[in-house]
Design a protein around this ligand. Structure first.
Ligand code: SR1
Ligand code: MG
Length: 421
């Protein structure tokens, strides 16, 4: 097969084209009994739920262009290969954290995987005001395990270098992040859009030269510091949940980058969920308890991340960095603890910076999030977004002086009562 053999699936063609695939037939039963729905609501891909007599599965297929924009923006199918490889590594590094993979077809750029049911997208749950038990713990562990175990702290050096080389092929996807996250929000880029009432604060942010410099320092970190395998797009739309379970999906933005990128993106999306809650109230204050829960989850993500990262440092530090031969084996365990503390401090500061740019780009750039977009009243939406924009700026410019999540949450609470329009 060549790439010319690729054809996008439709609900009508899927049973005929995949009806002989053992990965599907053996699980679902014969294809003549399948019902197929296309449910993709993301920015890039087709997602089909295939229901058979015995079970169901998901078929995710890349499109050769950006779905959100259309075929004027081509995007290579190879991102499916990178996503598959990332999922395999996530499963190995944090078993049970991602959907089970049943089949991968590189030519058709499709992955057949477990249908998570009755899961919904976490972002929608947070808009609905639904709590998820164990969410902070699960996401904190996922970040620590995948980030630690994908790095030179853990991997044999040849394997880490091979993976850096492998994932460096995900060029066009990285280009999206490099432009949409780190540059476009800070000038009037063509595809940008924002809520009309934000014009004043947007003009102020784009005239803020320190902010532009901070954004480019962060971009330099993203492009040059190949510290670990990132999920690369770890927002609340990349997590599926029930009331008690959470799974991470959709790592097609995988690349090697700084430890703090995934944690920063994730924290940003919880803070945006929090700032958006005033727009989802039915009666004034009826989201107060839920907002407290959101901040407690944000805190738990970081606390669990740091604790699990430290546990792995003490028990699994088998890579080429900070070897035990230099520290513990010399009776210098205290120096190892100091190095760990320094590294966690660096990851914290990086996380705050990445958190800030993510908050900006979801409000000013091309790809917005439903937390804010689903607030019908533009005036209320603009107020919520303005607070998030102001907080993003403080995080980017003040990262070095914000010592701990308590300070971040206090800042969010304070800003929630302010008018930044
Ligand atoms: C053109 S793609 C826009 C965004 O969608 C993806 O989910 C990533 O977040 C990307 O930045
Ligand atoms: Mg995605």
């Amino acid at each position: 097969m060549t790439t010319q053999d690729y054809a996008a699936l439709t609900p009508e063609t899927l049973p005929r084209r995949l009806g002989a695939l053992p990965a599907l037939v053996e699980r679902l039963g014969p294809a003549d009994g399948w019902t197929v729905r296309e449910v993709g609501d993301g920015n890039l891909n087709l997602v089909f739920i295939v229901e058979g007599a015995r079970a169901s599965a998901v078929v995710k297929q890349a499109l050769p262009y950006v779905r959100l924009v259309g075929d004027s923006w081509p995007l290579p199918l190879k991102r499916s290969f990178f996503e598959y490889n990332a999922l395999v590594r996530h499963e190995a590094r944090d078993p049970g954290s991602v959907p089970a993979i049943y089949h991968f077809d590189e030519t058709q750029a499709l992955i057949v995987m477990e249908y998570l049911s009755p899961h919904i997208i976490l972002r929608q749950a947070l808009i609905n005001g639904q709590r998820v038990a164990g969410l902070g713990r699960r996401l904190g562990e996922f970040c620590a395990r995948t980030l630690f175990r994908g790095s030179d702290l853990s991997l044999p050096t040849a394997q880490k270098k091979a993976d850096v080389a492998l994932f460096s092929g995900n060029v066009e996807i990285c280009d999206i992040t490099e432009n949409l996250v780190f540059s476009d929000p800070y000038f009037a880029a063509k595809m940008n859009h924002h809520t009309p009432g934000l014009d004043g604060i947007v003009a102020r942010l784009r005239a803020d030269l320190s902010l532009k410099v901070a954004a480019q320092h962060l971009k330099l970190a993203f492009t040059s510091r190949a510290e670990t395998m990132l999920h690369g797009d770890l927002h609340t739309g990349s997590v599926m949940v029930t009331d008690t379970e959470s799974r991470v999906i959709d790592p097609e933005f995988v690349t090697y980058g700084p430890f703090g990128f995934d944690t920063g993106m994730l924290i940003a999306n919880f803070l945006m969920a929090w700032f958006s809650q005033n727009g989802h109230e039915q009666t004034q204050g009826d989201r107060a308890g839920f907002k407290d829960w959101l901040l407690s989850v944000t805190q738990e993500i970081w606390e669990v991340f740091a604790a699990e990262f430290a546990r792995l440092w003490r028990t699994e530090r088998t890579g080429i960095l900070y070897q035990a031969t230099l520290y513990e084996d010399q009776g210098h365990a205290l120096a190892s603890e100091q190095a760990l503390s320094d590294l966690l401090g660096q990851i914290w500061r990086d996380s705050l910076g990445f958190c800030g740019v993510e908050m900006h780009r979801r409000i000013l750039g091309l790809a917005h999030n439903a937390d804010f977009e689903s607030i019908a009243d533009e005036g209320i939406r603009a107020g919520c977004e303005a607070r998030a924009l102001a907080m993003g700026r403080q995080l980017m410019l003040g990262a070095g002086a914000i010592h701990g999540m308590d300070a971040v949450l206090a800042m969010a609470r304070r800003m929630d009562g302010e008018d930044h329009l």
